[in-house]
Design a protein around this ligand. Structure first.
Ligand SMILES: [Zn+2]
Ligand SMILES: [Zn+2]
Length: 241
């Protein structure tokens, strides 16, 4: 309620273009994101933009996931929105991104998911940021698509953030990092969705998916806000943490 009145007094500026005022993301930016996704020639497995006929992303690492969906490449308006959400405290952008992600999941996922999971954050980083972006996205998607969100992953050790590492190190870094809690709801025969903000090499999603499959899940699908672009453009925000 307080934020409603604050928005009237101080209209928010669009996180995508930093020009238009009145909503966290303006119509032009939303249209740019959804249109880019429709026009792109995308890999049917990982949703990355295809430059050649074969997908470079899938060629590097076989996926434990059945499919990954993304809103688009981590560039332009989408880059700015995710940066504001992840590193500049604009927590409410979860509602905006999660709604678009839920639309994709509902219209394109082949099986109706039984639950949505998310990667757990390391406690010190959670304290620093104040919220787990993947968890917020999972709850928005779950609410919009009527899928329960299960908080069942823990971490087995302290590990450096994936974005600070190279491709080969990322795979080693997440090996046996995620553990399913002992008191978990059974994943047996479940169609599982894992939500995350940005997938870079797919190592985190793959490690989580493998745990689900080991626990008897029937399938694992990934849903992320963005996949990496070769060169992000129109950068407005710097990466703080
Ligand atoms: Zn805008
Ligand atoms: Zn692919």
């Amino acid at each position: 309620m307080i934020s409603f009145f604050l928005d009237i007094l101080f209209p928010p500026t669009c996180a995508g273009c930093r020009i238009h005022k009145g909503s966290p993301v303006c119509r032009q930016c939303e249209r740019a994101i959804t249109t880019a996704r429709m026009l792109e020639n995308r890999c049917p497995v990982c949703d990355h933009r295809l430059v050649e006929t074969a997908c470079e992303f899938c060629a590097i690492q076989p996926l434990a996931l059945q499919q990954i969906f993304s809103l688009g490449a981590y560039e332009a308006e989408l880059y700015n929105i995710i940066m504001a959400f992840k590193f500049h405290g604009q927590k409410r952008l979860a509602a905006y991104l999660g709604r678009l992600m839920a639309d994709i999941l509902c219209s394109e996922c082949r099986t109706h998911p039984d639950c949505i999971l998310f990667p757990p954050m390391q406690k010190d980083r959670l304290r620093e940021r104040g919220y787990n972006t993947a968890e917020l996205l999972a709850h928005t998607i779950g609410g919009a698509a009527h899928i329960p969100v299960w908080d069942i992953f823990g971490r087995s050790r302290i590990a450096p953030p994936q974005r600070t590492l190279g491709r080969a190190e990322r795979i080693t870094n997440v090996r046996q990092l995620f553990i399913l809690r002992k008191d978990i709801l059974s994943l047996q025969e479940k169609h599982v969705v894992i939500a995350d903000d940005v997938t870079t090499t797919g190592s985190t999603l793959n490690a989580l998916a493998q745990e689900c499959l080991n626990a008897g899940a029937a399938s694992v699908t990934g849903i992320t806000a963005a996949y990496p672009a070769a060169k992000p453009i129109h950068i407005l925000y710097s990466q703080r943490s």
